[in-house]
Design a protein around this ligand. Sequence first.
Ligand code: SLB
Length: 240
Amino acid sequence: MKAIGFIFARGGSKGLPRKNVKLLGGKPLIAHAVEQALASTHINRVIVSTEDEEIARVAREYGAETPFMRPAELATDAAPERLAWRHAVEYLRANDPDGDFDVFVSVPAVAPLRSPEDIDACVNKLVSTDADTVFTVVKTTRSPFFNMVTLDAQANVRIAVPLDSTITRRQDAPSCWDITPLCYASRPDSILKYDTLFGGVVKAVEVPVERAFDIDTPWDFRLTELIYNDLHKRQAMEKP
Ligand SMILES: CC(=O)N[C@H]1[C@H]([C@H](O)[C@H](O)CO)O[C@](O)(C(=O)O)C[C@@H]1O
């Protein structure tokens, strides 16, 4: 079974400018993702899709390959990331001796607290089931059936997804999971066939809340950094 790791990293991130090369623990975010992907038992090759020369250079420094630059039209704010996934699969099929790979694994730079085990778990679930795609999720305490709301144009509040029965305790609401982007594993053919992540059979791997960090904003980065530094301080204290 041939699996290739990918990191899709645009230079023009808006929520947190230059996010992919921002330093966490002295190392660029994208470097964490490259190293975690290479530490997975299934991946020995990581390819970065970017339109940005600095991101490409940093990724190569940490062991990733950049066989192509992402076309600018696939790196705009509005371009769906899925089109960049397709471009990568099509590029490899047309140009790479290993282009007939079996498992496409996306390891986003925005989730540096992942463990390589999370990547292994997604790949294992993909290849041992009929899934087209497997991604990581985390159990959420927020619920669109209980404590998430919408505001209309008059700022009137409504429950996001009304249920027939009235729920008065969070525990009685149907369980919900957040997609947390530690890893997405997919069959390359499914990426070409389906327009969205939800096409075909989709399964999930549940990960613990301690690793489920997704950096979109400066606040997300701050929280992730606090937890990262705390973890490393504890690990250093535990060493004999
Ligand atoms: C593979 C994919 O489509 N990734 C997209 C993710 C996931 O949809 C989200 O993390 C799931 O929770 O959302 C973005 O980061 C976002 O606009 O916030 C854009 C990114 O391209």
